[in-house]
Design a protein around this ligand. Structure first.
Ligand code: CMC
Length: 393
């Protein structure tokens, strides 16, 4: 109709103004509020990056303590919410459960719908950041039929998550510091990535001034797919299918074959046409964890390392700038940490919640709110006469 620009997949449409995250895909740069993710992951901790994304600056010592106290204050979930978990089929995918229960939080926090109130906005952000690990761990414990484990507020965010995932009522649980550090880095690296599919979804849902818990639930739904957050799970499922290093040439050949829909999961990125800076950090953490836990002999991890080597030296991947992405290494690291495959994307959702709420808050604070409403290129019939049923061919 000539009234809009056709941009399928929004590859060149800027849909919002944001001062949160900057990416240079050609140079492989990712900045949270001006700080490289490398520096934040190497020198900082979860609370630093979380506060930074949400409030724009790194916290002072006092702000950090206060913020950490606020995060731990909201880690519990309403006991009534536990009934939701019991209502799901026993083998439900934890992401299906997360879409449901996080959306259901909007029924527990109805005042959050008043997005014009800065205090309510702040509370909704804090509640989401605090409760996501608790909900994720409950989804897991319910799925394996174990009693749920309540949060421990003396532990760090990452340690507490591992505690809620793996502690048993009958045993004393010690958090392994290398595992906790790996978890912390995974959380920092996945926190935000500007206007990816799930974040754009959160902004779109939020632009109608929906309850923020419902807006975040829509982000979880968008994250689930294998082309986005589901990639870390898809990597492991692919490695399981490949099975052994001698099957790698066959997998590479399939990935290159244009008439075969198979793609190497964990390779390539819409924005990065060089090494994903997150993948660089994740690769190191992955190797540290494998060394620490002595699980280099895991056949699947051997397949992963060989696949990385072969793909990085293959013309097809080199020419198309297809490098291993963050999900390739986070998937392998999570396997080494003993996290079940079905929880990988849930973990991504826990981390990305920080980005989602920061972006949602930025959108909600805009002086002139504007509903997201893309146009289309119409390809259907123009107006035509109604045909009575007896005359239809
Ligand atoms: N295996 C084989 N070929 C690939 C792959 C792959 N993983 N990724 C891209 N290609 C080829 C593609 O066939 C095309 O080739 P040609 O030019 O000959 O037709 C070329 O590379 C460009 O691909 P594209 O589909 O135009 O790239 P895109 O920007 O639309 O897709 C992607 C990006 C991430 C969806 C894609 O690379 C992919 O499907 N990767 C596997 C899934 C994956 O790992 N996803 C996680 C992304 S990172 C996590 C996140 O940030 O959410």
């Amino acid at each position: 109709t000539g009234i809009c620009t056709f941009d399928p997949g929004f590859t060149s449409t800027g849909a919002c103004q944001s001062s949160i995250t900057f990416i240079d895909g050609n140079k492989g740069i990712l900045l949270y509020r001006g700080y490289t993710v490398d520096d934040l992951a190497e020198h900082g901790d979860f609370m630093d990056s979380c506060f930074l994304l949400l409030h724009g600056e790194l916290p002072t010592e006092e702000q950090k303590q206060c913020f950490a106290r606020e995060v731990t204050r909201h880690t519990m979930v309403h006991e009534q919410l536990l009934r939701f978990f019991q209502g799901f089929k026993h083998d439900a995918h934890p992401m299906a459960i997360m879409v449901g229960v996080v959306g259901a939080l909007s029924a527990f926090y109805q005042l959050s719908a008043d997005i014009g109130d800065p205090q309510q906005r702040e509370k909704a952000c804090m509640r989401l950041i605090s409760k996501m690990p608790t909900l994720a761990a409950i989804a897991y414990k319910t799925s394996i039929g174990q009693p749920i484990v309540y949060p421990r507020n003396d532990l760090s965010y990452a340690e507490n998550f591992l505690h809620m995932m793996f502690a048993l009522p009958s045993e004393r649980f010690e958090v392994d510091p290398v595992m906790a550090r790996a978890m912390e880095v995974i959380l920092i690296l996945h926190m935000d990535h500007e206007q990816n599919a799930s974040t754009s979804t959160v902004r779109t849902a939020g632009s109608s001034q929906a309850n923020p818990f419902a807006a975040i639930a829509s982000g979880i739904a968008a994250l689930w797919g294998p082309a986005h957050g589901g990639a870390n799970e898809a990597v492991l499922r692919m490695l399981e299918k490949i099975g052994s290093a001698d099957k790698i040439p066959e997998a590479i050949a399939r990935a290159k074959n244009k008439s075969d829909p198979f793609r190497l999961m964990g390779f390539g990125h819409r924005v990065y046409k060089t090494y994903d800076p997150r993948a660089k950090i994740m690769r190191k953490v992955c190797h540290d964890v494998l060394d620490h836990l002595g699980c280099r002999s895991d056949p699947l991890l051997e397949v992963a390392m060989e696949l990385e080597r072969v793909a990085l030296s293959d013309e097809y991947f080199i020419q198309r700038h297809l490098y291993p992405n963050v999900d390739f290494y986070s998937g392998i690291t999570l396997r080494a940490l003993g996290i079940p495959i079905s929880m990988y994307t849930v973990l991504f959702a826990v981390a990305r919640t920080v980005g989602w709420v920061s972006q949602w808050k930025e959108m909600a604070e805009e002086p002139v709110p504007r509903i997201s409403r893309p146009r289309q290129m119409f390809t259907g019939h123009m107006q035509r006469p109604y045909v009575p049923v007896e005359e239809r061919a």
